[in-house]
Design a protein around this ligand. Sequence first.
Ligand code: GAF
Length: 388
Amino acid sequence: MTGEAGVTEQLEPAFRDLYGTGPEGVWAAPGRVNLIGEHTDYNDGFVLPLALPHTARAAVARRDDGVLRLHSADVGGGVTELRLDELEPGGVQGWEAYPAGVVWALLDAGHPVTGLDLHLASTVPTGAGLSSSAALEIVTALAVNDLYDLGLQRWRLARLAQRAENVFVGVPCGIMDQTASACCTEGHALHLDTRDLGQRQVPFDLAAEGLRLLVVDTRVKHQLGDGAYANRRSACEKGAALLDVPALRDIPYEELAGALARLDDPVLRRRVRHVVTENHRVEEVIGRLEAGDPRAIGPLLTAGHVSLRDDFEVSCPELDLVVASAEDAGALGARMTGGGFGGSAVVLVEEDGAEEVGRAVTAAFAARGHRAPRVFTAVPAAGARRLA
Ligand code: GAF
């Protein structure tokens, strides 16, 4: 892996320049796209993400004086120095909150971290719904786990990273992104049960089938998204309470009509319908993949988008345009991926039609006066790992 060797070669001298000594190691953690299973992870449901080749990387060394020093190659600015005993929820702003939050979560769980120097660099696009924050969290968690010999399993690192984001950063996200970054494997999508973090690696080699999964980053992020995520989450919790189940995952697909008939509020009915049908779509997608029929997942992806657009109401005009223009140009299916209100979509295409679909989506954006989207092929990559 010459690319990864190159990365460590760049990070190590920069670390030395910043901190005066070499790092003890270099780690990487990827961003992700979610194939299907959106807004199900805070309903104890199912998700099917895959890791991207884009990673956050960290050169790291321990300290023994209770100090955390952070530097990013991607953001202008110097070294941020924090005291471990002063870390508290809401107390750190900006990108530093993610690594600092992970250290806080580890300390809060009783792990004996005595200090760290970190130098980070990331190729995960930020603000694109591709989990750049989870990558920063997991690369930090894995480095600390290794350096302090904590022996924590990957799922546990994901839980600690989620806690960092929920409590320290203040974002009420589910567990999908952190688990994807920590646990995905090359050539697979990760079937994750977000209730017990049960996992299954589902082979996902589209190239062998003459197919491609395109990621289209719309390069927009609508502000509305922040409050709307928490709002959707509480609507789901309310729906579960009214239906007298621990979480919406406990409504079987076959009993959806009966459950909806028990809800008076039409908005709540739509939110519940999305979650229950989306969990079902995850199972259907896996069934079709395991039956060796990946083309057949296309309509399920598009049905997922329609549900997110109309029932869950987390899409936006740019994401809808990706889906419509890709389908018009011959895509097998397409959907928004991640939290919504901007960010990215995934598009399933025949290999020989991929360029045409990419061109058609870009042309549709230009015709509406939108900034050109960024289009690339998602190849399922490895989860977090030590590079050196
Ligand atoms: C964001 C959140 F961080 C995830 O936990 C998940 O809820 C996703 O939106 C929607 O599926 O990425």
